[in-house]
Design a protein around this ligand. Structure first.
Ligand code: ADP
Ligand code: F6P
Length: 319
């Protein structure tokens, strides 16, 4: 019987479980034997692998996190680790692998594909930082979590006429900060892709909002900018508005996946299985508009991402 494996790697994201469930059930429906590989690429190296049945993925579509766990496996970055992974696959007869994760995870998938095991990547990260796809699994849930938290901060800011500097995840990609900032009605948004000047891009906006009679001030800062405590201090010193920093941290990565994340994950899982069924590897599954498509992993990793400048201008216009 033909066999495939599935693993989740890198930072977890809500909806990864829905993707695993879809891969397992679609592959079983095609007559594959399916293996769940635990702890990201670590499972390929140390053999923590279990055969999956339809019931192995029961009751996870609604859960955040990843039931087969994840890891940042350094060993797989070296050829030696990749060859160990290949050996494990060959021992179990695994001819294809679905890797759910971000760009680092796809590098591992490309290396394993080059070593002879067909791999297909599914984008799963709250950052939405994979250029080849309009959407990464987990982004919608995380965005809604951030907006909900901004709304809560706004309530208490408004009561006290305070300012909150909200630090949102995203080291190099400001999509989460920009979109959640827009949806949360932020006074100022700072993202890593756009150089910023404290006086002009934060302070002047808070002062302007105060002069317009605003009673709450939300400044959204992407993690890649950092320094939210210092920014808070500077705002308070310059304006007299009491300012607190709120670092949202890993709260953004947890929680039940939204309907969108479950649906995209389920569609991408099926698409990945179909590629492997046809003997196709070294591909990333992606979303273009409402369509699911695929790209060569190397080509996908070369694509450069840019922030939506028009959306940034809009958020500023209606702040
Ligand atoms: P995140 O963006 O949350 O870090 P990634 O999907 O980029 O998530 O995960 C990175 C993980 O992918 C690494 O910790 C490692 O386990 C795995 N990986 C495998 N091969 C590589 C590689 N060549 N380069 C980077 N990461 C790799
Ligand atoms: O890639 C997802 C992500 O949540 C980033 O937004 C963040 O910078 C990073 O992972 C945090 O990593 P860790 O879980 O190692 O703290």
């Amino acid at each position: 019987m033909r066999s495939i494996g599935v693993l989740t790697s890198g930072g977890d994201a809500p909806g990864m479980n829905a993707a695993v469930r879809s891969v397992v059930r679609c592959a079983l429906a095609e007559g594959f034997k399916v293996y769940g590989i635990y702890d990201g690429y670590n499972g390929l190296i140390n053999g923590k692998i279990e055969e999956m049945t339809v019931n192995s993925v029961s009751n996870i579509i609604n859960k955040g996190g990843t039931a087969i766990y994840t890891a940042r496996c350094l060993e797989f970055k070296d050829q030696e680790g990749v060859l160990k992974g290949k050996e494990t696959c060959e021992k179990l007869g695994i001819e294809g692998l679905v890797v759910i994760g971000g760009d680092g995870s796809f590098r591992g998938a490309a290396d394993l594909s080059s070593a002879g095991i067909n791999c297909v990547g599914i984008p799963g990260t709250i950052d939405n930082d994979i250029t080849c796809t309009d959407y990464t699994i987990g982004y919608d849930t995380a965005m809604n979590t951030v907006v909900d938290l901004i709304d809560k901060l706004r309530d208490t800011c408004n009561s006290h006429a305070r300012c909150s500097v909200v630090e949102v995840m995203g080291r190099r990609c400001g999509d989460l900060a920009l979109n959640a900032g827009l949806a949360g009605g932020a006074t100022a948004i700072v993202v890593p892709e756009i150089p910023f000047d404290f006086e002009k891009d934060i302070l002047a906006k808070v002062v302007d909002a105060k002069n317009r009679g605003k009673h709450n001030f939300i400044v959204v800062v992407a993690e890649g900018i950092g320094g939210s405590a210092e920014i808070s201090k500077k705002i308070e010193e310059a304006t007299g508005i009491e300012t607190r920093a709120a670092i949202l941290a890993h709260i953004q990565r947890g929680g039940a996946p939204s309907a969108k994340d479950r649906i995209v994950a389920s569609r991408m899982g099926k698409y990945a299985v179909d590629l492997l069924k046809n003997g196709i590897g070294n591909r990333v599954v992606a979303m273009k508009g409402n369509d699911i498509v695929d790209y060569n992993i190397h080509e996908a990793l070369k694509m450069k991402k840019s922030i939506d400048q028009e959306l940034f201008k809009l958020a500023d216009l209606i702040k």
